[in-house]
Design a protein around this ligand. Structure first.
Ligand code: SAM
Ligand code: SF4
Length: 326
């Protein structure tokens, strides 16, 4: 069991399969041209599965595959199948554009829930944001996932200047479709030119939704990162991930393994330990995992406080989101 000094048990691992991506979302990757990691630095398929197995032996019961874009990794189906054999809940966060090519692999692995990122319902805005003209393919794939019986959560980063005019359209979508839309407050990462002025808080978004819809608060489960709501009678739900305005570090159970094999005990933590180097040199990995968890800060990686307006992005030492694995 992986318990930190604050009594939090860590049983949920997110594995980044690659730092590469077929989209170019400006809030996620450095505005400056990115240099992808060389293949030799990335965990191989066997190394991913070996490390995953070690985490499972330490009590991990849920593994999310992420990236970069996990579906651009050639061995995605084999990696997913390998993880499915470990008897843990396996799931995926994806930009959705390649889902149609992997739907059978997801079914075969027993995946039940998929998170698809989509920040706008407007094709032109989508193209501007991702620098790819693929809104229709992503939307079709969301519908395909629903048709095939998956639970689909849609992650929308709440970008100031965009979410204000779209939030009610997103909520409207949940009238007829059983989608679970999660609005994520914009977070600071290396190279994404974050400023507190660009953050639209859950409270501000909720106020906007309430100008058009009656809403009902739904019950949130332990470890849920999202605060859930529904318009009575609608098929789907909507929720807010309030990392900036009200963090949920108190019952955090999450750890991350980057595509180059470093364990990160927190999305915002700067401390990393190199599990891949240890594995490649034949050294023990378990003590490093335990050490990482014992070093975990109480909140927000120890890098900024609850008052996000005081956060200074230049003082936050971290990777870009695309190289962490959200
Ligand atoms: N490529 C996949 C995708 O887009 O879903 C998986 C990786 S992406 C880094 C994981 C999640 O992080 C996405 O939902 C994305 O919207 C979110 N994300 C990236 N940068 C963010 C930021 N600065 N603030 C909030 N969420 C962010
Ligand atoms: Fe790629 Fe996902 Fe980051 Fe967009 S959010 S650049 S799709 S990794």
């Amino acid at each position: 069991m992986l318990q930190d000094t604050f009594g939090r048990i860590h049983d949920y691992l997110r594995i980044s399969l690659t730092d590469n991506c077929n989209f170019r979302c400006s809030y996620c990757m450095p505005v400056e041209e990115m240099e992808w990691m060389p293949q030799s630095k990335l965990m191989s398929k066997d190394e991913i599965l070996k490390l995953a197995e070690i985490f499972v032996s330490l009590g991990v019961n849920k593994i999310r595959l992420t990236g970069g874009e996990p579906l651009v990794r050639k061995e995605f189906p084999e990696i997913l199948a390998g993880i499915a054999k470990m008897g843990v809940e396996s799931t995926l966060t994806t930009n959705g554009v390649l889902i149609h090519k992997h739907i059978q692999a997801l079914k075969d692995a027993g995946v039940r829930s998929v998170n698809v990122s989509l920040d706008t319902l407007n094709r032109e805005k989508f193209q501007k944001l991702t620098r790819r003209d693929q809104f229709e393919q992503v939307w079709d794939n969301i519908l395909l996932l629903l048709q095939e019986g998956f639970r689909v959560k849609v992650n929308a980063v709440a970008l100031h200047g965009m979410i204000e005019e779209e939030i009610c359209d997103f909520v409207k979508v949940t009238e007829k479709l059983p989608l679970h839309i999660r609005f994520i407050e914009f977070m600071p990462f290396s190279g994404n030119h974050w400023s507190s002025k660009q953050v639209v808080t859950a409270k501000q978004m909720l106020d906007l939704v309430q100008t058009q819809f009656p809403i009902e608060k739904l019950e949130d489960k332990k470890h849920d990162t999202a605060k859930k709501y529904q318009v009575p009678g609608f098929e789907g739900t909507f929720a807010f991930i309030t990392t900036m305005s009200e963090h949920f570090c108190g019952d955090c159970n999450r750890m991350r393994l980057t595509a180059d094999g470093k364990i990160k005990n927190c999305l915002f933590g700067k401390e990393e330990l190199d599990l891949l180097a240890a594995l490649r040199s034949g050294l023990e990995v378990i003590p490093l995992i335990k050490m990482s968890i014992l070093r975990k800060h109480q909140a927000l990686g120890g890098q900024f406080s609850q008052d996000y307006k005081k956060a200074d992005p230049d003082k936050i030492d971290n990777r870009s989101m695309i190289t962490i694995g959200g």
